[in-house]
Design a protein around this ligand. Structure first.
Ligand code: AMP
Length: 285
């Protein structure tokens, strides 16, 4: 596995792969890798001859400087996981490589970035889109893989890639869960034992929502069931339930057809160390 710390290193790795006629799959991450990230790597390996993973804690997608400082960094363990999974090259740029002095260009999906979760975290999706565009241009991969867990992020990246005629195909990968159903996340380690146990309520609510949808419930009934389940868990503080059309993220009501996304978020833990967890389900009605 090649370890590329500069843009010129990774470009050289890409050239060598292309000279061998290899197709390339890209897996962008912020590190602190877990089985969810490794599912993206597995999907990339299944579809491509070579896989490039990136580890970059992107400062422009953090609103709060303290959050950025607190973000877990586990480089050695991450590299061991990627190597064991058969990744060809890892790109670990420094902030100064990605944002040299004078950088001023941003990439923003003007609608999708500024609704739902984007309203809670202003500038977040602009930071994501800008860094992902840069990674797409650096890696020039055939395919790139993103988790469905970050549902709005996936739709933002799909839209950006479509609007900017990005030649890399964007793929969503289903959420990987702990055995009790909690969606894997680098944030889960910040939960104490009681909150960790309570956090399964998110998946439980979504499973019930899926059942309700299958038996013909309206969007309003589905939302009410989710609300009832989460608010019955005293350790969870419900933040948002958004039931939207896939791709556009436009809110739906009544009995819509097609594919909908259910996005939920709740906070756990004390006020001075709150952990915000998100989860989602995509359902075709
Ligand atoms: P992050 O390092 O948190 O920015 O995540 C990197 C990529 O891994 C993103 O595309 C996430 O959506 C994806 N990801 C994170 N958690 C999971 C999970 N539990 N299952 C599948 N993909 C995930």
């Amino acid at each position: 596995m090649q370890i590329c710390r500069s843009i010129s290193d990774v470009r050289a790795a890409v050239r060598a792969m292309r000279q061998k006629g290899q197709t390339i799959g890209l897996v962008p991450t912020m590190g602190a890798l877990h089985a969810g990230h490794m599912a993206l790597v597995a999907a990339a390996k299944a579809d491509n001859d070579a896989v490039i993973a990136t580890i970059f804690v992107n400062p422009t997608q953090f609103g709060n400087p303290e959050d950025l400082l607190k973000y877990p960094r586990t480089e050695e363990a991450d590299l061991a996981l990627l190597e064991a999974a058969g990744v060809s090259a890892v790109f670990l740029p420094g902030v100064e490589d990605m944002y040299p002095d004078g950088a001023e260009t941003i990439v923003e999906t003007t609608k999708l970035a500024n609704m739902l979760h984007g309203l809670v975290r202003p500038g977040h999706y602009r930071g994501v889109c800008t860094v992902v565009t840069k990674l797409f241009n650096i890696a020039t991969a055939d395919n790139a893989y993103f988790g469905e867990k970050d549902y709005q992020q996936l739709q933002v990246i799909r839209r950006m890639a479509m609007d900017l005629n990005v030649p890399t195909a964007v793929h969503g990968v289903p959420t990987v869960r702990e055995t009790d159903g909690l969606a894997m996340s680098s944030r889960n380690v910040r939960l104490n034992a009681a909150d960790r146990a309570a956090a399964v309520v998110l998946n439980a609510a979504l499973t019930q929502a899926e059942r309700a949808a299958a038996s013909g419930a309206s969007i309003e009934q589905i939302a009410a069931e989710i609300r009832a389940i989460i608010t019955a868990e005293p350790r969870a503080r419900l933040v948002a339930i958004d039931i939207v059309q896939a791709l556009t993220l436009a809110p739906v009501s009544g009995h819509p057809g097609g594919t909908i996304g259910i996005m939920i978020s709740a906070e756990f833990g004390p006020a001075d160390n709150t952990v915000l967890l998100i989860d989602q389900r995509e359902i075709t009605l």
